[in-house]
Design a protein around this ligand. Structure first.
Ligand code: LMR
Length: 400
């Protein structure tokens, strides 16, 4: 009965790792998936995470019971505080409902399912380009996906005029997906003043913001600075949704820890929204896993552990920033044609190099460097040792 099934293509991002794993070359380099690597090219488990896990193991009172449908209460409270700020009036007034979800993707999906069921507008505007999974998550949840202009390939910066025009002509009430910081894949974010203009335009048209916050602390090294776009929208008293992921900023990729917060205008609304979120979650996966959320809760609630985390987080962010400079210098030293200043201007985990599909394929074939076909490279996968290899490959690809 399944013989008619045709083979599906690999995922455009995770499929890069599949191809990389098949390559027997000893010099192969994976700059595809956004996952942090040390200078030695190894995945990193933060010390503070190891410590929290040790505490979990030592605590014999901990059991493996089901969590509630909405997840670990303490984790939810602390997650809302982390993204909205400890002093957020929305939290104080109990206008926020937060549910633990399966990392960023799961949080987006739960939010999207909720909106498809309960919100009057089914259209969501996503930036062009955006993370490859966004259109699939929203379409499969039942929303209708449209795009707004975001990136200008000529300046390799923001197409702010295009963005304002497209959001300006969106139908009243439409949902708008915003990357809270460190836009994936472009590494291009609006300035503070531009965010303010976006906020005013969106509020004047009653557009509903849905933030994807996957890199808090990773863009600038500061948890507060990377949350400022979200906090601006919450400060005006209006509604918004926020999907948070702890994959990158705590290195908890495979633990699948994230949260969805829905900020409402009144406490009783938030509590009714939560009751409906439970109906969304229960038939999907019943309730979320306990281990990762417990790690996060331990770290966020203890001042010393929290401080330790911010230091390790800043080290990761700083290493990525230094890789940008190294790559930029290496291309300059080679006299590689083109203006590569966007490598140091873009922020977050990725550089959107501007390399085309053919150039990417050439670099993979000749230099065993793996990256997504849109020319995005994960700066977090680079090291001092591998920068020259990448610079040689880029140089060869653009001078071919
Ligand atoms: C990425 O964009 O590489 C990450 O967000 C990982 C993923 O799931 O795609």
């Amino acid at each position: 009965v399944f013989s008619h099934i045709v083979r599906a293509p690999e995922d455009p991002i995770l499929g890069v790792t599949v191809a990389y794993n098949k390559d027997p070359s000893p010099v192969k380099l994976n700059l595809g998936v956004g996952a942090y690597r040390t200078e030695e090219g190894k995945p990193l488990v933060l010390n503070v995470v190891r410590k929290a896990e040790q505490m979990l193991v030592n605590d014999r009172s901990r059991v493996k019971e089901y969590l509630p449908i909405v997840g670990l209460a303490e984790f939810n409270k602390l997650s809302a505080k982390l993204i909205l700020g400890a002093e957020s009036p929305a939290i104080r007034e109990n206008r926020v409902t937060t549910v633990q979800c399966l990392s960023g993707t799961g949080s987006l999906r739960v939010g999207a399912e909720f909106l498809a069921k309960h919100y009057h507008q089914r259209t969501i505007y996503i930036p062009h380009p955006t993370w490859g999974n966004h259109p699939k998550v929203f379409t499969l949840a039942g929303l209708s996906v449209k795009t707004y202009r975001y990136y200008n390939p000529v300046t390799r910066g923001l197409n702010f005029q295009g963005l304002l025009e497209d959001l300006g002509s969106a139908p009243s009430g439409a949902i708008v997906l915003l990357h809270a910081c460190a836009h994936n894949p472009t590494g291009v974010d609006p300035t503070f003043q531009q965010w303010e203009q976006i906020r005013q335009l969106m509020r004047s048209k009653c557009l509903l913001p849905f933030f994807d916050s996957a890199y808090q602390g990773f863009a600038s090294g500061s948890l507060d600075a990377d949350a400022q776009s979200v906090r601006m929208f919450v400060a005006d008293g209006g509604e918004c949704l926020v999907a948070q992921s702890y994959a990158k900023n705590m290195g908890l990729y495979g633990e699948r820890v994230g949260a969805l917060s829905i900020v409402c205008r009144a406490a009783d609304v938030a509590s009714k929204v939560e009751s409906q979120l439970k109906l969304v979650i229960r038939p999907m996966y019943s309730n979320p896993p306990i281990h990762g959320a417990s790690i996060v809760a331990i770290i966020l609630k203890d001042r010393n552990m929290y401080n330790e985390w911010t230091i390790e987080l800043k080290e990761m962010a700083d290493r990525i920033i230094s890789m940008r400079q190294q790559l930029f210098d290496a291309l300059r030293a080679r006299g590689t044609p083109g203006d590569w200043s966007h490598i140091i201007k873009q922020i977050g985990m990725f550089t959107f190099t501007g390399l085309n599909k053919e150039q990417v394929a050439f670099m993979t074939k000749e230099y065993h460097i793996y990256m997504t076909s849109d020319g995005r490279i994960s700066m977090a996968g680079l090291s001092l040792k591998t920068v020259p290899q990448l610079a040689d490959a880029i140089h060869a690809a653009v001078t071919r």
